[in-house]
Design a protein around this ligand. Structure first.
Ligand code: RTP
Ligand code: MG
Length: 143
């Protein structure tokens, strides 16, 4: 299995619940290293740009409105099979369908306030990382 990088956001609901550390702990316990991190209260323009792929979807406005309700914590995760591993840790988009023990089952309130974002494929991971981080902000381990 390949070492991959993926882009993760702890959304405003989970930041407000003060569970950044608990979520980071799940990443670390499952072999994902945090190689970059940034806290940010996104502007509407940033949120619309980040979610541009969804701009024709009926939930686009609700999604953008929600993502700018408060600060988010964004990080780049690196590890074996990082994209799928992070999606497994997150659980289903709708917390009602999320498997027990997943981040969304434990911390999400609704399909909008669903605690976390994670890239869904290598191409989107690369695009999403580049949307918020420059190359020299990535700090892969040297030991
Ligand atoms: P994410 O991108 O946030 O990691 O989640 P995802 O891949 O599981 O879901 P995606 O289809 O990419 O949708 C992005 C976010 O939009 C909200 N959403 N609402 N009301 C709805 O039917 C609906 N569908 C999606 C969710 O907050 C989802 O995380
Ligand atoms: Mg998605």
């Amino acid at each position: 299995m390949a070492i991959e990088r993926t882009f993760s956001i702890i959304k405003p609901d989970a930041v407000a619940k003060n569970v950044i550390g608990e979520i980071y702990s799940r990443f670390e316990k499952n072999g994902l290293q945090i190689i970059a991190a940034k806290m940010l209260h996104m502007t509407r323009e940033q949120a619309e740009g980040f979610y541009a792929v969804h701009k024709e979807r009926p939930f686009f406005k609700d999604l953008v409105d929600f993502m700018i309700t408060g600060p988010v914590m964004m990080q780049v995760l690196e590890g074996e099979d990082a994209i799928a591993k992070n999606r497994d840790l997150m659980g289903a988009t709708n917390p009602k369908e999320a498997a027990p023990g997943t981040i969304r089952a434990d911390f999400a309130d609704s399909i909008d306030a669903n605690a976390v974002h994670g890239s869904d494929a290598p191409e989107t991971a690369q695009q999403e990382i580049a949307f918020f981080f420059t190359e020299n902000e990535l700090c892969p381990r040297t030991r």
